[in-house]
Design a protein around this ligand. Structure first.
Ligand SMILES: Cc1ncc(COP(=O)(O)O)c(C=O)c1O
Length: 442
């Protein structure tokens, strides 16, 4: 019996022993095409020589120095790199070890900002249903996924949840995307009024919703309206780009495509591409200066913040994406993937929607296309798709509870940016074979 406390205690996992570009290899020598980067992590695949070399060099020179004693060259260089390319107004970077920690830091920075400004009554957070912001208690409370929250509810701080921007199910018949976005903006405004605008601290959202909805971008203009509303009431806008950021949707920051400048942005996953665990919170200048001119320090911290080896890995990853011109390639591959998915599944009786941006794509599975009726959740279709895909030698990221935390199934695809065109066909062929096996009796 394994002494590892695995995610599922009755499941036995193949042992991963190697990586070769877009493939992971298990101890039996089976190869799996990684079409989801685990969870949108491995954007450079699994054997990038430059990144591996950068990690080796950094460990050889200086693996780690505690950030309360020293700064380090890779941490400074990575912060410079990110700020130079970040949306306007973001001027510094708080480094952590993953996405949940990045979200926690953003929430605490928002709170401390208002304390420094003499607005201690600002404590309410507004986020969206069907979002995921991480599993630590603050991040879990912020997320709007009913299933993930349910058993921990007594431990969670109070957060308001408004509707997600989810056109496939939320946009009414005869309603334009713009009118739909406006309706959602009004819902946010109403919730702010209910809480009292002077009591609201921040609105938190994923620009493209990942794990819980399956690559759902907002309708045009939605985030601009959200920004206006936040500005009018002095509320901070926190964009969670842990999954959709760092080039995944075809621009380094997903917010660029919305034309908005957030006050705080969280990143992780593709930042270090899995070569090291790392996350970060990018911080707006007005927040940094309020703290710098006030108490002078952020009352937070973890042992591994700004880990030198993690920063060196992330810097090598981000330099590689830029020097190899991979962002245009993400857009091109993403269009190619969408086209292939539509060709193959556009008329599939159980594929209701195919969506996403760049190399971040989602397929929503339905029992009936015309009514968009979901499959019976008891069937756990998403789990069966994951198993069947692994049997076909494909890693994809299916998830249940798409509609409300219980009903609905989708498949998330987030393959590496180094993919070759032929591998797009391999993804679609293997996914088709896996779906055929699972849906044969539907
Ligand atoms: C949007 C978003 N935020 C936060 C997180 C949490 O990140 P981590 O699992 O690295 O703590 C995730 C993870 O999937 C995520 O998708």
């Amino acid at each position: 019996m394994s002494h590892v406390f695995h995610r599922h205690l009755s499941h036995s996992y193949p042992t991963a022993v190697g990586g070769d570009g877009a493939y992971l290899i298990d101890a039996e020598g089976r190869r799996y095409l990684d079409a989801c980067g685990g969870a949108a992590v491995s954007c450079l695949g699994h054997s990038d020589a430059e990144v591996i070399d950068a990690v080796r060099k950094q460990v050889g020179q200086l693996a780690y120095a505690h950030s309360s004693f020293f700064t380090t060259e890779p941490m400074e260089a990575l912060a410079d790199f990110l700020v130079e390319r970040a949306p306007a107004g973001l001027s510094s970077v708080y480094f952590v070890s993953g996405g949940s920690e990045a979200v926690e830091a953003a929430l605490k920075l928002a709170r401390q900002y208002f304390i420094e400004r003499g607005e201690p009554q600002r404590r309410h957070l507004i986020a969206r249903r069907q979002s995921y912001h991480g599993n630590t208690l603050g991040a879990l409370a912020t997320g709007g996924n009913a299933w993930r929250r349910r058993q921990f509810e007594p431990l969670l701080v109070e957060v308001s949840h408004v509707s997600p921007c989810y056109a496939y199910r939320g946009q009414a018949a005869g309603e334009t995307p713009e009118a739909y976005g406006e309706r959602l903006a009004q819902e946010l405004e109403d919730e702010i009024q209910r809480l009292g605008p002077e009591n609201v601290m921040a609105f938190v959202a994923e620009p493209v919703v990942g794990a819980t909805l399956g690559a759902v971008p907002a309708v045009p203009g939605y985030f601009k309206r959200v920004r206006e509303i936040c500005d009018r009431h002095g509320i901070l806008l926190i964009l969670d780009e842990v999954m959709c950021g760092m080039g995944r949707t075809g621009s380094l920051f997903a917010a660029e495509q919305e034309g908005v400048a957030p006050d705080l942005v969280t990143i992780a996953k593709g930042l270090g591409a899995g070569y090291q665990p790392i996350g970060a919170t990018l911080v707006g200048e007005r927040i940094r200066s309020a703290i710098a001119e006030g108490s002078g320090f952020f009352q937070h911290g973890h042992t591994y913040i700004g880990h030198a080896t993690a920063c060196a890995a992330a810097l090598a990853v981000q330099r590689a994406i830029e020097s190899r011109d991979l962002l245009p390639r993400v857009r091109q591959l993403g269009d190619g993937l969408q086209r292939r998915l539509e060709d193959r599944f556009g008329d599939h009786p159980h594929v209701g929607d195919i969506r996403g941006r760049g190399l971040f794509r989602g397929l929503e599975l339905v029992a009936a296309r015309d009514t968009k009726t979901p499959f019976d959740p008891e069937r756990k279709l998403h789990a069966a798709v994951k198993r069947a895909s692994m049997d076909e030698g494909l890693m994809c990221y299916p998830m249940g509870g798409t509609l409300d935390g219980r009903q609905g199934d989708h498949i998330l695809l987030a393959p590496p940016f180094i993919l070759e065109d032929g591998q797009l066909d391999e993804i679609v062929d293997k996914l088709d074979a896996a779906l055929a096996r699972v849906l044969i009796h539907s």
